[in-house]
Design a protein. Structure first.
Length: 230
């Protein structure tokens, strides 16, 4: 039986799908693949019914601008509806706080049967620059009624990874356009977190060529075309 917020899940996370990264790509992550602690709404939230939950990691691009190509994530226990949403946010002020971040992309996938594996999902190539936030959402359904309330614990995290870049949100309906107005906001090293850590969420990016490189590539193509016509 899990405690009020976190529970322990046996097994280490392994990649379920073939990796999408290629040479020159960067994978942003804080977990080391052994993410065996789960987080979900506490039973004390039963008076609010089902809880919409969003959890994610904040990263900084290594270069000026990069293109996110895929999101990799792990989950814990899920509700009857095993759909999860994937979100990518930009944070203009780059302060490692996603509460004022702007959504850039979202999609939904079925995470049924994922267990302790990781799932990699290719997304529409999306540019990010500086601070960005990658998150997973899921509706935690209340079971047991008021007599024996319980929630699933869908968020999987690594207790040995840095916790100051991971955040989670609870609400009846998460306001993705204004995360800071969620009913409950907490960083993973906050006072209401019994076990700190970083979520099992990663992003893989490709670099955007610098203008000089792009120009050189364009001139090279133009010269080659002229030679072919000569």
């Amino acid at each position: 039986m899990r405690n009020d917020l976190c529970s322990i899940a046996a097994g280490a996370a392994i990649v379920m799908t073939a990796g999408l990264a290629t040479a020159g790509d960067t994978t942003y992550q804080y977990d080391d693949g052994t993410s065996n602690i789960l987080l979900g709404p506490p039973r004390s939230f039963a008076e609010f019914g089902d809880i919409d939950m969003l959890w994610g990691n904040y990263f900084f691009t290594e270069t000026a601008t990069e293109i996110v190509q895929s999101i990799t994530f792990g989950v814990g226990g899920l509700s009857t509806d095993t759909t999860v949403s994937l979100w990518l946010f930009a944070d203009a002020d780059g302060d490692a706080d996603p509460t004022n971040a702007t959504p850039l992309f979202s999609t939904t996938v079925d995470a049924a049967g994922l267990g302790s594996d990781l799932m990699t999902v290719a997304i529409d190539p999306t540019e990010v620059s500086g601070g960005f936030f990658v998150a997973v959402g899921h509706l935690a359904e209340l079971t047991g009624g008021t007599t024996d309330p319980d929630y699933p614990a869908p968020a999987r995290f690594d207790p040995d990874a840095r916790a100051d870049r991971s955040w989670f949100f609870y609400d009846n309906d998460i306001p993705e356009d204004d995360l800071g107005s969620s009913g409950f906001v907490q960083r993973m090293d906050g006072e209401f977190v019994p076990i700190p850590g970083a979520f099992s969420i990663r992003a893989t990016t490709t670099p955007v060529p610098a203008p000089s490189v792009a120009t050189a590539l364009g001139l090279g193509g133009l010269l080659a075309a002229r030679r072919r016509r000569a």
